[in-house]
Design a protein. Structure first.
Length: 276
């Protein structure tokens, strides 16, 4: 390779580094300024405040995993420091330290401890996954969620009465997108479907998301999940969590939790509108 070509490549590489750094900074700034990112708290392991009973299950599992990981890390660090301080090579002694390569009790210990840890993790994860996937079928509020490029359509059924569908279009602010109204302290069942590409229904305040995959037939358990809302009325952001096309970032919506009295008024209004 000639010196000229080598110099040119080095020059291009030097120019690309600042550009890449500027792009990374721009992306980080854009992410930090997103208005649909819920406020996290160190006391909750950087998770947002949950608004469903199922969110409490996720929070407990998350906290337990962090406690176990930190405890394991602390033990490992202590052992490393202890070995570094008390088992340094001494110039006055050329003897080898005690060898434990064929020490059967220690090797059994090395095997059993990770096995017990993995088994405990598996037990709690399997137990909580089963609870999160349970669908009783008796929810008074049922929501059919239809995802499409690049928005959502919500059709709510309340005690057997179907309300007007709420459909949206791509927006830059979740408050301008379609809004799903739900009552507090109520069991809600979701049925997810799509006819184009894979989407993902995600409300961060639920601490739960579910992929919306085309081709899954109606009635399949993989399309459904349920929550029980808590008494935390407010408006919460929602979005698609699966890259689904050019306007994926604008596939925003909101979930509004209201009192049961306000929800009854909303149902009456929606039914009156559908009759006109």
């Amino acid at each position: 390779m000639s010196p000229t070509r080598r110099t040119t490549r080095r020059s291009l590489a030097r120019r690309r580094v600042p550009r890449a750094a500027a792009l990374a900074l721009l992306l980080a700034t854009a992410t930090a300024c997103a208005n649909d990112v819920p406020e996290a708290d160190w006391s909750r392991g950087l998770l947002p405040d949950h608004v469903t009973e199922q969110g409490g299950i996720v929070q407990s599992l998350w906290n337990g995993a962090w406690i176990a990981a930190l405890a394991t890390g602390a033990v490992v660090i202590v052992l490393i420091v202890w070995a570094s301080i008390f088992h340094r090579k001494r110039k006055a002694s050329a003897d080898l330290p005690p060898q434990v390569r064929y020490n059967l009790p220690i090797e059994i210990l090395y095997t059993l401890i990770p096995l017990v840890m993995v088994s405990v993790f598996f037990f709690f994860t399997a137990r909580d996954s089963e609870a999160l996937a349970r669908v009783d079928g008796d929810a008074p509020v049922k929501v059919k969620v239809e995802a499409f490029q690049w928005s959502w359509r919500f059709t709510t059924t309340y005690n057997g009465r179907t309300l007007q569908p709420v459909a949206g279009m791509p927006v830059n602010d979740y408050r301008q997108g379609p809004q799903l109204v739900l009552p507090v302290d109520t069991k809600v069942e979701f049925d997810l479907s799509t006819d184009d590409v894979i989407h993902s229904f995600w409300v961060p305040a639920f601490l739960f998301k579910r992929d919306v995959i085309p081709g899954i037939p109606e009635g399949n358990p993989g399309r459904k999940f349920q929550i029980t809302t808590l008494n935390k009325p407010d408006v919460y952001a929602g979005r698609c969590a699966e890259l689904c096309g050019v306007d994926h970032s604008r596939m925003l919506f909101s979930v509004k939790l209201v009192s049961k009295q306000e929800f009854d008024q909303y149902v009456a209004t929606q039914q009156a509108g559908s009759a006109q």
